[in-house]
Write a protein that binds this ligand. Structure first.
Ligand SMILES: Nc1ncnc2c1ncn2[C@@H]1O[C@H](COP(=O)(O)OP(=O)(O)O)[C@@H](O)[C@H]1O
Ligand SMILES: C=C(OP(=O)(O)O)C(=O)O
Length: 397
């Protein structure tokens, strides 16, 4: 946990009174006969008693996401927006936020050799800018390689904690390809193990807001520039595919919607966070982008997950300003604006229709299928959203 929460100097700790007791009894199962208990794992919070109890799971993610849930209660109460996002800063001080559910690329894409890392998962946005609430990162290690993700690979050294990986008993060398315990192998390392981390982990008001989604249908574009209302629509929807890894029982991508790209951690109604985000984005004139790090060319099983080097090239072009300069075309049904070109990315990849390997009817049917899922899901928020935000979603004739 010290790697995952913001660390305070020892002398300061002595002056602080505990604001919350976090009791982890992960080896002890929850009683399934307790009313409403559906499994032997439970994570319970009592805000009044300021107490949090974990039973039946030893996954370190529960502890950090538990503290995050508390922050999702306390911060908005104090007028500060809590965010399930990573953040980094360019050499000119421009800050980018990357929202996304587990596995969409927050950690991977924020560890960028050209930019300073502010944090990989949990931030807050106050009137002064953004700050990280963690003191380290919690990266996925499955299939990790020095070649594809050198910053993360090299951060794994003495002082880091590896979780659920398999290693050779004599050499103690880790086999990052081994999934026999779980696909959700992790490493928690202090943020300063990333060479270009920014410590203290704070930054100015974000200039670019990047919504990461991992589309398992292969019909969302690798990148689209969002209008203000589209960014709210997609933020509230929180569409992605759960991919094998973080959640038990998920063995292939499953389409899902998770409000604000972090529904399990929200305490207030999702529109509270969305309205705060809209106000802050308007005040600070932030640009918004939707990036699909998921499938391209066809759905899961037919197409391929878009290459990491293309997602990185798209992000580089956002940061250099080149992407905003491109010519855009409207993508029907979703009404998204997609660039016709992007440095470092083949043009046929950018429009899902031209990337599609199957026939045209199947493509149209898949677009309609996903659009319908969005429309159905958004019915939950219809009463709270403005007509402009409602109109910013997909429209089927
Ligand atoms: N195009 C892509 N963009 C980002 N990540 C990708 C891409 N293709 C494959 N990946 C892999 O997907 C995983 C993303 O996980 P991670 O960055 O930890 O997500 P998060 O921090 O949002 O939970 C990594 O293992 C990464 O190597
Ligand atoms: C720790 C988690 O977050 P992420 O996968 O986004 O790192 C989690 O959801 O378990």
């Amino acid at each position: 946990m010290p790697n995952m929460l913001s660390r305070r100097p020892i002398e300061e700790l002595a002056t602080l009174a505990p604001g919350l007791h976090h009791l982890n009894a992960g080896q002890f199962p929850a009683n399934r006969y307790t009313t409403s208990m559906t499994s032997s794992t439970s994570v319970s919070i009592n805000f009044k008693r300021r107490e949090m109890v974990i039973l039946g799971t030893q996954y370190a993610g529960e502890m950090k996401k538990g503290v995050f849930t508390i922050m999702h209660y306390l911060m908005p109460k104090a007028g500060i927006l809590s965010l399930h996002s990573s953040a980094n800063e360019g050499p000119d001080g421009d800050v980018s936020l990357f929202f996304g559910l587990s596995g969409t690329g927050k950690t991977t894409l924020s560890a960028d050799p050209h930019r300073f890392l502010i944090g990989d998962d949990e931030h807050c946005w106050s009137d002064n800018g953004i700050f990280n609430i963690e003191g380290g990162c919690y990266a996925k290690c499955i299939d990790l390689s020095a070649d594809k993700e050198p910053e993360i690979f090299n951060a794994i050294r003495f002082g880091s904690v590896l979780e659920n990986v398999v290693f050779h008993p004599q050499s103690r060398l880790v086999d990052y390809t081994d999934k026999s315990l779980t696909e959700n192998t992790r490493c928690a390392y202090p943020i300063e193990y990333i060479p270009n981390a920014k410590v203290p982990c704070v930054g100015g008001h974000p200039k670019n807001i990047i919504l990461l989604t991992c589309d398992a249908f292969g019909v969302l574009p690798p990148v689209a520039k969002l209008t203000q209302h589209q960014s709210m629509y997609h933020f509230i929807s929180g569409y992605t595919a759960k991919i094998a890894g973080t959640e038990d029982g998920v063995t292939e991508p499953q389409a899902t919607f998770s409000a604000c790209f972090g529904q399990p951690f929200l305490v207030w109604h999702p529109t509270k966070y969305a309205n705060m985000l809209a106000e802050k984005m308007a005040e600070h004139e932030a640009n918004a982008w939707l990036i699909n790090t998921g499938w391209n060319g066809g759905k899961y099983g037919v197409g391929k997950r878009i290459a990491l080097k293309y997602s990185r090239a798209i992000i580089d072009a956002i940061h250099s300003g080149e992407l905003a300069q491109q010519e855009y075309e409207e993508y029907p049904v979703f009404g998204l604006h997609i660039p016709k070109a992007c440095p470092g990315v083949p043009e046929n990849v950018l429009n899902p229709k031209t990337a599609w390997l199957g026939d045209a009817d199947e493509f149209e049917a898949t677009v309609a299928k996903l659009a319908n899922l969005f429309i159905e899901n958004f019915k939950l928020y219809e009463d709270h959203a403005s007509p402009e935000v409602l109109a910013a979603g997909p429209v089927l004739e």
